[in-house]
Design a protein around this ligand. Structure first.
Ligand code: NAD
Length: 472
């Protein structure tokens, strides 16, 4: 099938590559010439496991094209996926300017029946606005109502996870499709059913519904996941106070099949391009419809505060004035296996340490370039702080002479480091672990002063080398 993808970011590029991989003829459009140039010269502008190989393969077979040519992109695909960004507007609602611009472009150049797919995460009612934008352009061309200019807008929200996006796209838990129950809508639904047929071989994964419910489903899913994270983070702070271990509690409740183990890890708060903006946008949608979403307001508040919990632990241990202190940071991306730093907790934690006078040496396996870019922007008004931030190219390099190690992303390579070497190069053997990677008892036995989230701090007894429990 001939497919156009509008917006070649995390979602668009993965969607385009995976649809080309199964045999479709895919045209990827972006307005960002730099991205298109990288792709056309054989590179991939984002880090996503498995993506580079698929793009190389499908390019070699001529099944994927990257371009900034809007007219050619509209003429190419019978199915037009809109996968552009929907960042938060100033009031927290989703900014639809890129979605509506993509819709207008389709209306400007369309030359036959088009299925227009809202793949971006968009508020309930957006498909109608997309349809109206296309119709207005057709009207301006004097072509409204002509048989060759018919279209239908469907909602097909994306549930892939950055870091496992290719795997998620190829083996989805479900494919949600919202379509209208009219002639064009049914035609669009049939085309989408055919497009996704290869993903349904093993069992039916399509969930058909009306457009508004499909749009809502995406927000409700992200809101639920964000709620679980904030719930566990709030429980972890109470665990700290009452002397419980949040990891034991997690296993204790996760074993209940009604609860399950997923998304119950306490940490430094959620970040990324989706949860923060989608929770905000849903709260905003509710407000516009005369309702308050009090649970989600609390989810946001808890998450905002959670990003500073580790800073408070550092202050509690080392004092408020951190001038002269050096911190080694492991992990900058908002989660492992991605270079995405949108709303990454590391941005808040590092800014807080720098504002208290500290020097920071940071490492991340894939997001160093992106980190240099975002911190230069975040700290544009604080050149003195920016000058105290440097980046290392290995995790070991960060440690020499540092007062403490702070872990902010749970990359695999951080899970079992050489602790004895670490002790020998750190100025003091202290770890603040925002991802609960290690066991407090083991750390104490190794003589490492270990502070985690919602877990006991086991005091190192330096006189007889036994560990005595003591709350931080
Ligand atoms: P992104 O910022 O990585 O990519 C968006 C791309 O669209 C950019 O490359 C931008 O240049 C391009 N663009 C903007 N306007 C355009 C236009 N008029 N024509 C062509 N290209 C245009 O965004 P993303 O992370 O891929 O997210 C896209 C959408 O998918 C958002 O609504 C997001 O909420 C949703 N989503 C994201 C994820 C995720 O994990 N990133 C997961 C599910 C859903």
């Amino acid at each position: 099938m001939k497919i156009t993808i509008i917006g070649t970011g995390y979602v668009g590029l993965v969607t385009g590559a995976c649809l080309a991989e199964i045999g479709n003829d895919v045209f990827c459009l972006d307005v960002d010439q730099r991205k298109i140039d990288i792709l056309n010269s054989g590179g991939v502008p984002i880090h996503e496991p498995g993506l580079q190989e698929i793009i190389a393969r499908t390019r070699a077979h001529g099944r994927i094209t990257f371009s900034t040519d809007v007219k050619a992109s509209v003429e190419h695909g019978e199915v037009q996926f809109i996968a552009v960004g929907t960042p938060p507007d100033e009031d927290g609602s989703a900014d639809l300017q890129y979605v509506l611009e993509a819709a207008r472009n389709i209306g400007r150049y369309m030359n036959g029946f088009k299925v227009i797919v809202d793949k971006s995460t968009v508020p309930v009612g957006t498909a109608e606005r997309v349809g109206a934008a296309v119709a207005a352009e057709l009207q301006a061309r004097g072509m409204a109502g002509s048989a060759s200019q018919q279209f239908s807008v469907v909602s097909n929200p994306e549930f892939l996870k950055e870091g496992a996006a290719v795997e998620d796209f190829m083996r989805p838990d479900r494919i949600v499709l919202g379509s209208d129950d009219d002639e064009m809508g049914r035609l669009a639904r049939e085309k989408m059913k055919r497009l996704y047929a290869p993903f349904n071989r093993n069992h039916e994964r399509m969930l058909y519904m009306d457009v508004r419910s499909a749009e809502f489903t995406k927000y409700a899913a992200n809101a639920m996941l964000a709620t679980r994270i904030s719930f566990m983070n709030e429980m972890s702070n109470l665990a700290d106070r009452v002397g419980a271990d949040i990891e034991a509690v997690r296993r204790g409740i996760g074993s209940d099949p009604r609860i399950g183990y997923h998304f119950l890890y306490a940490g430094v708060g959620y970040g990324g391009s989706c949860f923060p903006k989608d929770v905000q946008a849903l709260v905003r949608t509710a407000g516009e419809n005369g309702q308050r979403l009090r649970i989600l307001e609390a989810v946001e508040d808890v998450n905002h505060e959670q990003k500073e919990v580790i800073v408070r632990k550092i202050e509690h241990t080392l004092g408020h004035d951190l001038a002269g202190r050096t911190f080694a940071i492991w992990g900058l991306a908002f989660k492992p296996n991605t270079d995405d730093m949108r709303e990454a907790p590391s941005r808040r934690v590092i800014a807080a340490l720098l504002s208290r006078g500290a020097t920071v040496r940071a490492y991340d396996p894939v997001s160093l370039d992106e980190a240099r870019r975002v911190f230069a922007l975040d700290l544009a008004d604080a050149p003195d702080a920016l000058a105290r931030l440097s980046f290392a190219t290995t995790q070991e390099e960060t440690l020499a002479g540092a007062d403490a190690l702070v872990i902010l992303t749970e990359w695999k390579e951080f899970k079992s480091p050489d602790f004895l070497h670490m002790k020998s190069v750190l100025k003091a053997p202290v770890i603040f672990d925002g991802r609960n990677l290690y066991e407090p008892e083991t750390m104490a036995e190794l003589g490492i002063d270990y502070y985690a989230i919602g877990r006991p701090h086991v005091q190192i007894d330096t006189t007889n080398h036994t560990a005595a429990h003591e709350r931080a």
